[in-house]
Design a protein around this ligand. Structure first.
Ligand SMILES: [Zn+2]
Length: 127
């Protein structure tokens, strides 16, 4: 896709899985930027020390439910929205060493990740 060609029509033509993937990535980027901003403020407050954060760096696997944002979506609206998913997400440190990035894995956890994180066979496939 060329820059400038992202239109509302294009977004609306995506199937739910694609749309959720894109929405999730945007959500992640926003969250990462927000976290980065907080971290900078924190660092400034603590005089530039990042030692504590480094100790928590590493990859982690998470299950998350997401919003598709479609108007009238039964899963996303109501008093107790059920949302879509859950989907697997892999969080890992960024190459720059600043913050974490998340990768959308989907409903099926690949063998390699499952083994690395010790996820039992019957919990790998969701939904
Ligand atoms: Zn929805």
């Amino acid at each position: 896709m060329e820059p400038g060609q992202i239109t509302r029509e294009w977004l609306e033509s995506l199937d739910v899985a694609e749309f959720i993937k894109i929405a999730s990535m945007i959500h992640d980027i926003q969250r990462e930027r927000e976290e980065a901003r907080h971290r900078k403020l924190e660092e400034r407050r603590r005089g530039g020390s990042r030692a504590r954060e480094k100790a928590h760096r590493g990859r982690s696997l998470q299950l998350e439910r997401v919003k598709c944002g479609k108007e009238g979506c039964k899963k996303c609206s109501g008093e107790q929205p059920e949302l879509h998913g859950p989907y697997w997400y892999l969080y890992r440190p960024k190459k720059s060493g600043e913050g974490r990035t998340s990768e959308y894995i989907g409903k099926m956890l690949p063998e390699e990740l499952a083994r690395e994180f010790g996820v039992p066979e019957d919990e790998r496939r969701l939904g």
